[in-house]
Every structure is written in C-alpha cells, then in structure tokens.
Design a protein around this ligand. Structure first.
Ligand code: PBG
Length: 335
C-alpha cells in the first residue's frame, strides 16, 4: 500500500493527475453525468393564443399561451427533455379568498393539461397542487379570520384540484403547500376515483426561502400579509426535512422533492441515504435569477455556472431536477 508520505519520500509517488491527463480520460472517470432526461422544464401558462410575455426577473424565461407551450415543449422533447411542470398565471379578477378558481373545470390549468396531453401524449406532465395562484391573499391554504392557515380545510380543496388534474390527464400531481397529511389524503382520493396510475411528486421539504421572488413575480402572486413560516420549513433544519420526506413516503408519495436545491445539498445527500424513492430537487427562480444577473453584468458565464450547479445537485443525490436553465444546460450538453 502506498502511503501519502510516499509522495515526497524517494518511493513511488501517487500521481493523481494521470486520471486527468486528457479529455477522453477525464470523461472516462467522470462520476456524475447530466443528461436531458434528468430535467423538468417549468412553464408559466397564460390565456390566449400565440401569446408570450417576458419575465423581467427571469431573463430568457417567458409566460406562454397553451399553443406556444405545445410548440416549445415539442422542440424540447426532441432534444431529450421528457417532462414539464405547468404553473397557471391567474387573472387577478378570478382570485378569491377561498380560491374557487382552483377547481373550476374550465380553468386555465386543466385546459393546458388536456391540450398538451392530446398533442404530446408521451410528454410527462406535472402540476402543483396548492392554492397560492388562486387566492387574493397569496397564501397556499385557506385562511381564517385570525390569519391562521387552515390545514384540514385546505386539504379538501387540494383533493378537488388533484382530481380535476387527474381527469385532465396529468401524470404527476405535485402537492406543494406543506400541509400535514395531504399526500395520504390525495392518494386515497385518486385511488377511490379511478386514478390509481396518477403519481404524486411531493414537495416534501420546501423551505421558507427568500429565493422564490421571481417565481411569484411570474405568477403575479403577492403575499398580502404574514409569511409562509407556519407551513414551509425553517432553513436551519435538516432533520425536520428528512422527517417530512419520510412521512410523505409513508403516505404514498412516488417521488420526494427538496426545494430550493443548491443551498440544500446536504438535505438531498442525507435523504439519498434514507429512501429508495427517486429524489427531485427544484433549482428555483432565485437560484436562476442570481446567476443570470451576474452573467448580464459580465461577471460570470451563466452556461458554465448552471452546468456546475446542476451537476452539484445530481452529485448530492437528486435524480430529477426542475430548472429554468434548460436552454443553457442543453447548449452545454450538446457542445
Ligand atoms: C407554490 C410554489 C412556489 C414555487 C413553486 N411552487 C412558490 C412559493 O412557495 O411561494 C417556487 C418555485 C421557484 O421559485 O422557482 N407553492
């Protein structure tokens, strides 16, 4: 056995650099590889036909009408992206305290799921199950007079929403509001109503992060009061995140998600050792916006930084990565 000290003493040195000598050797010993199948492309859906609007805080990302999403998703599918997540931008006039628009059968999200599934049946479609795009106050759940977010009453709404998505043809519903018990309740409702094959991707460990700002701008969601700390996780905690994920697994989640991603790599790595389920990570809007802002200032190369960030997320143990940096990463991978 060679000892580390041997490097300097007269004996045979350990030359770590032999395995880095050329591109072909480096590729051969590369431990983590990104491929298009790893990624889920988020789409912000707007009403209308042939419509697209830019999102200032997410340079390069647009809101699209359904027909445009079909075009975009088809082009991405041809480059290997197999999966999309849909986020509806709801007209402020349709928002209410009780989020009734969330289960309106003619609602934008259900139309989008239905039409995209018809056009691109092989594409995997996911969507959030949470009330925040639909409430006037911007919280993820129903709120009482005292401003408390109601757990069990909200779950009734989530079940309605999940069943409507299932009916429209969703592949995975993604409960994203951090209410207790929602995974089990939604699983039961899906099974009872004839949707045993609709999966659940649980936002299991969603932190009360300051990195969601651009996403809320994209959806025009503004919190009218309070914060999300009574339901989303404290960034200081990782054991609590593991417990959340393992509870979701017990309740029937098919995929467990950690969100945000790069600031929570330790949580991803710890969960990797405790579950056999696939792990997803959401590389969120703020993680994208920071890099793009620095890129636009000429301070770093966004394509390369995204490659490194997404590699770190996969290296930590994530199987599936939601990211806005799809064009940049495909460009890196196709180079
Ligand atoms: C909705 C939801 C949010 C995100 C995904 N689903 C925002 C929030 O919880 O406030 C954030 C995604 C991102 O920032 O890219 N519950």
């Amino acid at each position: 056995m060679l000892k580390l000290e041997a490097h300097s003493a007269g004996s045979i040195p350990i030359r770590m650099r032999r395995n880095r000598k050329s591109q072909s050797i480096r590729k051969m010993v590369q431990e983590t590889r990104l491929s298009p199948e790893d990624f889920v492309a988020p789409f912000f859906v707007i009403e209308g036909e042939n419509k697209t609007t830019p999102i200032p805080s997410l340079p390069g990302v647009h809101r699209f009408s359904i027909d445009r999403i079909i075009q975009e998703a088809e082009a991405l599918y041809e480059r290997g992206i197999q999966s999309v997540a849909l986020f509806p931008v709801i007209d402020p006039a349709l928002k209410t305290e009780e989020a009734e628009e969330a289960w309106n059968p003619d609602g934008l999200l259900f139309k989008a799921i239905f039409r995209i599934k018809q056009e691109l049946p092989d594409l995997c479609i996911m969507a959030d199950v949470a009330l925040d795009p639909f409430t006037t106050h911007g919280h993820d759940g129903l709120v009482n007079q005292k401003g408390e977010i109601l757990n069990d009453e909200t779950i009734e709404c989530l079940i309605r929403m999940a069943l409507m998505q299932a009916e429209a043809g969703i592949d995975f519903v993604a409960p994203s509001d951090m209410m207790d018990g929602r995974i089990g309740a939604i699983r039961q409702a899906l099974d009872k109503n004839g949707y045993p094959n609709v999966g659940i991707l649980a936002y299991s460990a969603k932190y009360a992060s300051s990195l969601y700002g651009p996403f809320r701008e994209a959806l025009n969601v503004r919190l009218q009061y309070g914060d999300k700390k009574t339901y989303q996780l404290d960034p200081a905690n990782s054991r609590e995140a593991l417990l959340e994920a393992l509870l979701d697994e017990q309740e029937g989640a098919d995929i467990l998600m950690i969100k945000p991603a790069t600031y929570y790599l330790d949580v991803i790595a710890k969960l990797r050792e405790r579950t056999q389920r696939p792990i997803a990570a959401y590389h969120v809007s703020g993680e994208y916006a920071m890099v793009m802002a620095a890129h636009q200032a000429g301070w770093l190369d966004a394509g390369k930084v995204f490659y490194e960030a997404l590699l770190s997320i996969k290296r930590a143990g994530a199987d599936i990565i939601f990211t806005y940096a799809i064009p940049q990463i495909l460009h890196q991978l196709e180079m």
